[in-house]
Structures are given as structure tokens and as C-alpha cells.
Design a protein around this ligand. Structure first.
Ligand code: GAL
Length: 684
């Protein structure tokens, strides 16, 4: 088990989100009976219930949840309890307005929404600690409880904070990081525009500046600060809960949001990580039906791959079961017959052993009256419940897959510094987001799966060794530790592929004065003496491989000068740099580094996967059209093949060896037609 996986489900488990406070108590028993009859064995509750639990300051009321938990225990239903800190009661924010997060102008967000608090207000930390402590004490040993969810979707709704408490905490963070103002001024390059700070009191979280002309190093440190604040808040709660949870129960949180080192949060506070998956947010009402250029709901797979990088056997705390929307947000259409199962199996394929649907019945009040659940307002049996029942049966049949690892053909390397630099720097973002998306799309369409691997302080060569090929598309910020890892990876036989704009910043966010690609030059064996965005006034940029095949070179072009010992694989075909090196290869130890002078289009990625010999690794097992997702998992030498038809038409695949369809136990081989949105999981 990785350090981020201290708890693992030992069987495929289905849950549902249920809020007893939304329904008459006399309805609870029949709701629970109907869930159990459908195959649902876990409910997740309580994460927005603070005012019920503490109706006024320091006065606690546990009756409602006592009754609910006792009923669950009696019926054999298991419960995940959420700490309610995402929705402070009105009494709290009226009495302590300093707990409110503010917009960038300093105007507070008021009661009525959620997540309108700051992690850094001492009084909020105190009040949160108390309610968490009370819940832990009360229900930590309750027989129905199996796990705890901290807060709800940390950094969702907003991932920027501008209250007075944040300004003060940011100042303290900077003081601890830099020690002296001289060090801070040097790190941020405050010689520019007379930005120099001469007193700590002059330092603030970003405040409105004209034309958004912020200091990029300040923004980078601010984002690091938000991540630290969010992690501290999560850990504060986890440390309290640890005192009360029963052996075998778990602590988790849900979702995956920005400005947060989710890996470190999981490592220091959680036993298992869970994600909230709403794939039809990828569709959008006005973009239905699907387009060819965008993977629509299928692109949620990318989020699931990211989730797996935090925790290989994760759970889904909220799995879409109906159309979603708020009163002020139209999101998308209802799942078509089959789609609810397809989306749940999409999660399972990528590593989820626990699927909890959001939610049992659509709420009849509040802003989420259009965030539809399994049942509609009237609560009658419907096609979605029938499909959930069918899903539960299929999910149970996947028991042999529980805990199986995902098989990946290559690694996509990432790191938080570059992620956060991209958030602040439009030049970086333009290539970074494009390449990230296109690498994913190429991987999906060619059935060449990858793992996302985050380079962190505790990443070692062992984490990289399993991958023959690693893309690190635009490592703009480079540092010594990452270089050591990359050197070791290539030396032992890995193929590293980097793109344009690599290595031109240091960890402060300042540009380096050594030739580009900076510290990476020892691996790439290239010198970038000239570079430019591609010009919209010219033909699309491309290069030609030696054999004459065309290679797309989109968005930005580094014009590469190969150093002695570096081979040129392709040369630019257009613009004033036609004939110059566009793609190079440099051997090092037992491996090599490819340097592509541009961003990565899906076609370029396909060619690079072919060149490096990892394209379409499952060719001897299956033939599948582009519109069908193919995922392979492995446990104890046995392989499990997930085949997911994201199309609204029937699609045919060919199984090239005999297999067992786990849903039914039937033997399968040869041409098989999957219905629209159909799924299948085969044991090979
Ligand atoms: C999630 C959240 C749920 C629910 C759902 C629909 O982000 O965790 O509580 O609000 O979205 O908006």
C-alpha cells in the first residue's frame, strides 16, 4: 500500500448520500429498506448539519443523528459521517464575522451559501475543533459508523482567500519562509516597479491591482500558502478524529480542487481518498449531442487518473445519478439509460472500489432542487433506481477486481509548482493546459493508458522505474531535486519527453539566466537560442521527420540547436526557422531524452508514443473503436479488461482471446456488440 492508502475496501461497496434532516423521520426506515433492497450498504450523511448539532453556541443536540444512526445499526446499514464545517451556522458568522472569507476587495461572503469561511481565523479553528471533537466523542464508537469525511470538498466554490485573517497568516507564512525582508525582496524580484517591501506590515494577500499586473513570485507563494492553510485545517480535524475512530474505520475527504497539494494532504491526514464524479458536467446542455473534438463526459477519466495518483484504490463519495444543476446553474441532461452505469464503471475502471451515489432523493428545497438524485421529488421507483440496482449486481460481480492495479503504458509527470505557476502565468497556461488535455485525448483514442505521477519531495526513482516512457510536457520551473530524479530515471533506461518552454524558471518563479532549457540542458542536449508563439498570420507550424511524415508543432516553438551528440529527429517546415531542429533525441546512460520544440497535439503524441514503442499496448487482446474506452487492471497475475462504450450508438469490439464476462460468468470471444453506453468487464 502507498503511504496515502492506509485503508482499502476489501469488497466492492455501493453507498448513497442521504440527509435525514431533509425528510420526515417516519420515512427513514422505508428509505433505508429500499436502499438495502437495491444493494446499497453505506450511507454518507451529516456534512452540512452544523446548526442541527449545535443550534446555539456551545449547546449541542445529537438526538436526530442518534436516532438515525441507531436505526442504521438496527438495519445493518453502515454510515460515513461528515464533519459539518463547510456550512457554519448563522449564529456563528453573525457573532464572529471575522471567520468569513472575502472577495479580493475585502467584501465578506455572507451566510446562505457554503464554504464562505477562512481556514485561518483562530476563532473558526476553535469552533470547528469543538464540533468535530463532540461528534468524534459521540459517534466514534457507534456500531453503524465506518468512516469519517472531513469538511466537504476542501477548496471547492473558491480557492482564494482574502479575509484579514488570511492577510495576517500570509505574512506569518512569508516571515517563516524568508526570515528577512531582504531575502523576500530578492526572491520576488521587487526591484521591478518599485515593489520593494520595507516592513512586514506592507505584505498582503493579493489585493486589486490595475490590469492584474501582479508579481508572479508573490502569486506563486500565495498559492503555496493557500495549500498549506487548507492542509492545516484538514489535519486539525483529522488529529481530533483519530482519538475517537474505531480500529478499521477510516478518515477521508472528498473532491479534488485547486491550490491544494492533495497528495500531501492525503499523506498527512487521510487513510483513503475519495472523489466526487459528475461526468455530465463535461457535456453541457448546449453541447449535446457529443462532438468529435472533445471527449465530453469521457474526459472525466482524466480527473479519475489524477485521483488515482493520490490514492491507487480510492472511493467515489458522490457519483452522478441524475441531471445536475442549481437554481442559478444549468449543467446538463439526465443520464440516458445505461449512462448512470457507464459513469460509475468509468470510476471503477480507474481504481474506485467504493461508489456512493449522490443522492438518494432530489432535495425539494434549497439551491440544489435541480441536482437530481436517484429518486425524484415524489420518491417513487423509477428507471434510475432500477439501473442502480442493476449496477450493484454488476459491481458485486467485480469482486475479483477489488484492489487490482491499473496497467499503464507511460507516465505523465506533474508537480504542484508548475501547476500553480500555470494558474498565475498565462503564457505557461496556454501550452500547459493544451498539452495536458491533448496527451489525455491521445491516450484515450489510442487505448494507451497512462498514470499521472507527481514529482514531490519524497518521490524516488522507484516511483518512476515502472514506466518505460515519461512525458513531462512543460516543466517551466525546474529544481535540483527534480533534476536528480530525472537524471536517474533516464540513466536507468527511461525515455523522457519534454516540450517547449522547459526549465526557464527557478522555484521562486523568476526566469533563469543560463541558456534554455536551463537545468534540463544536460539531459536534452539542446540549446534554445530563439523561441516564439506560432504566428496566426502564418501557416500552421509543423515539422518533418526524416522519413518525411508531418509532425504538428502547435502553439509555441522553441528553435532547437542540437549540442554535439544530440540527434535531430525532425526539422521545422514553416516560418523563418524552417529547416531548424524541432524534435531531438539525446542518449544518456541506458535511456534517452526527446525534446519537442512545441506543445503536444494529440497527433504529435500519437507519433511519439509510436516512436517510443508504447502505442496501443493491448493490441493482442482487443480491437476497439476510438469511441470505446479500454482499461486494463491486474491482480496476482490475473487481468481484467474494462470496455466502456461512451457512444450513443452500438459499437463493436473484437476480443482476441477467450475471456469471462464477469457480470454473468459467460464465456466471450471474437466480435461483440456493446449497446449504446454499454459496459463490459472481462477476466482474461
Ligand atoms: C458537490 C457537493 C455536494 C453537492 C453537489 C451538487 O460538489 O459536494 O454537496 O452540493 O456538488 O452541487
Amino acid at each position: 500500500m502507498s503511504t496515502n492508502q492506509r485503508f482499502q475496501w476489501d469488497h466492492m461497496t455501493t453507498g448513497v448520500c442521504y440527509y435525514p434532516e431533509h425528510w420526515p423521520q417516519k420515512q427513514w426506515a422505508s428509505d433505508l429498506d429500499r436502499m438495502l433492497a437495491a444493494g446499497i450498504t453505506v450511507v454518507r450523511s451529516a456534512e452540512f448539519s452544523w446548526v442541527l448539532l449545535e443550534p446555539s453556541e456551545g449547546v449541542f443536540s445529537f438526538d436526530l443523528f442518534d436516532a438515525f444512526l441507531d436505526l442504521c445499526a438496527q438495519k445493518g446499514m453502515q454510515v460515513i459521517l461528515g464533519t459539518p464545517t463547510a456550512t457554519p451556522p448563522a449564529w456563528l458568522t453573525e457573532k464572529y464575522p471575522e471567520v468569513l472569507n472575502c472577495d479580493i476587495t475585502g467584501t465578506p461572503y455572507r451566510h446562505g451559501g457554503r464554504r464562505h469561511y477562512t481556514y485561518n481565523a483562530p476563532v473558526y479553528q476553535k469552533l470547528c475543533s469543538r464540533i468535530v471533537e463532540e461528534m468524534g466523542k459521540r459517534w466514534g464508537q457507534h456500531p453503524a459508523v465506518i468512516g469519517w469525511q472531513i469538511d466537504n470538498e476542501i477548496n471547492c466554490e473558491t480557492d482564494v482567500f482574502y479575509s484579514e485573517a488570511d492577510h495576517a497568516a500570509f505574512r506569518a507564512f512569508l516571515q517563516e519562509k524568508y526570515g528577512t525582508l531582504d531575502a523576500l525582496n530578492a526572491a520576488w524580484g521587487t526591484a521591478f516597479w518599485s515593489e520593494c517591501y520595507t516592513d512586514w506590515a506592507q505584505l498582503h494577500c493579493p489585493r486589486p491591482v490595475l490590469n492584474g499586473g501582479y508579481n508572479p513570485s508573490l502569486l506563486l507563494d500565495y498559492t503555496r500558502f493557500i495549500s498549506v492553510s487548507a492542509r492545516r485545517f484538514c489535519k486539525m480535524q483529522a488529529d481530533i478524529l483519530r482519538k475517537y475512530v474505531k480500529p478499521g474505520d477510516f478518515i477521508t475527504t472528498n473532491g479534488m480542487f485547486g491550490h491544494l497539494d492533495n497528495h500531501q494532504m492525503a499523506e498527512e491526514s487521510l487513510d483513503v481518498y475519495t472523489y466526487d464524479s459528475y461526468p455530465n458536467m463535461g457535456l453541457g446542455l448546449d453541447r449535446h449531442p457529443k462532438t468529435d473534438t472533445d471527449l465530453n463526459d469521457r474526459k472525466w477519466t482524466r480527473n479519475l487518473i489524477e485521483t488515482r495518483s493520490v490514492c491507487p484504490h480510492f472511493g467515489i463519495m458522490e457519483q452522478q445519478s441524475g441531471a445536475n444543476g442549481w437554481i442559478n446553474r444549468m449543467e446538463a441532461s439526465a443520464p440516458r439509460p445505461g449512462q448512470l452505469t457507464l459513469w460509475a464503471m468509468q470510476s471503477v475502471a480507474q481504481g474506485a472500489d467504493f461508489i456512493s451515489f449522490f443522492r438518494w432523493r432530489t432535495c425539494t428545497f434549497g439551491t440544489e432542487i435541480y441536482w437530481h438524485g436517484i429518486l425524484d421529488y415524489d420518491g417513487r421507483d423509477n428507471r434510475k433506481l432500477a439501473e442502480v440496482k442493476d449496477f450493484c449486481r454488476k459491481f458485486r460481480s467485480l469482486q475479483p477486481v477489488c484492489g487490482a492495479r491499473n496497467v499503464a503504458a507511460f507516465a505523465l509527470l506533474k508537480d504542484y509548482d508548475n501547476q500553480w505557476d500555470m494558474d498565475a502565468d498565462a503564457w505557461h497556461r496556454r501550452v500547459g493546459e493544451f498539452s495536458d488535455r491533448e496527451i489525455f485525448i491521445a491516450s484515450e483514442l489510442t487505448h494507451t493508458p497512462y498514470d499521472a505521477v507527481y514529482l514531490r519531495d519524497n518521490t524516488t526513482l522507484e516511483d518512476l522505474k515502472p514506466y518505460p516512457v515519461a512525458f513531462y510536457p512543460h516543466p517551466v520551473i525546474m529544481d535540483g531535486h527534480k533534476m536528480e530524479l530525472l537524471n536517474a530515471y533516464v540513466a536507468q533506461g527511461g525515455t523522457l519527453i519534454v516540450g517547449c518552454r522547459s526549465g526557464y524558471k527557478d522555484p521562486t518563479g523568476k526566469c533563469v539566466t543560463i541558456p534554455q532549457p536551463g537545468l534540463l540542458q544536460g539531459l536534452t542536449g539542446t540549446d534554445v537560442q530563439d523561441f516564439t508563439f506560432t504566428s496566426p498570420a502564418e501557416e500552421d507550424s509543423y515539422a518533418l521527420w526524416e522519413a518525411g511524415e508531418k509532425l504538428e508543432m502547435p502553439i509555441f516553438n522553441d528553435i532547437l540547436t542540437p549540442l554535439p551528440g544530440t540527434k535531430v529527429l525532425a526539422r521545422y517546415g514553416a516560418s523563418y526557422y524552417a529547416g531548424e531542429a524541432a524534435l531531438t533525441e539525446r542518449p544518456f546512460g541506458k535511456g534517452r531524452t526527446l525534446h519537442l520544440g512545441s506543445a503536444f497535439s494529440r497527433d504529435t503524441v500519437r507519433q511519439l508514443l509510436a516512436y517510443t514503442g508504447v502505442l496501443e499496448p493491448f493490441q493482442n487482446i482487443i480491437d476497439a473503436p476510438e469511441g470505446v474506452e479500454v482499461v486494463l487492471r491486474e491482480k496476482d497475475g490475473q487481468h481484467f479488461l474494462f470496455v466502456l462504450n461512451f457512444q450513443q450508438t452500438a459499437e463493436t469490439i473484437t476480443l482476441k482471446r477467450p475471456a469471462e464476462l464477469l457480470y454473468t460468468g459467460e464465456e466471450a470471444e471474437g466480435a461483440i456488440t456493446l449497446p449504446p453506453f454499454g459496459t463490459a468487464v472481462y477476466a482474461l
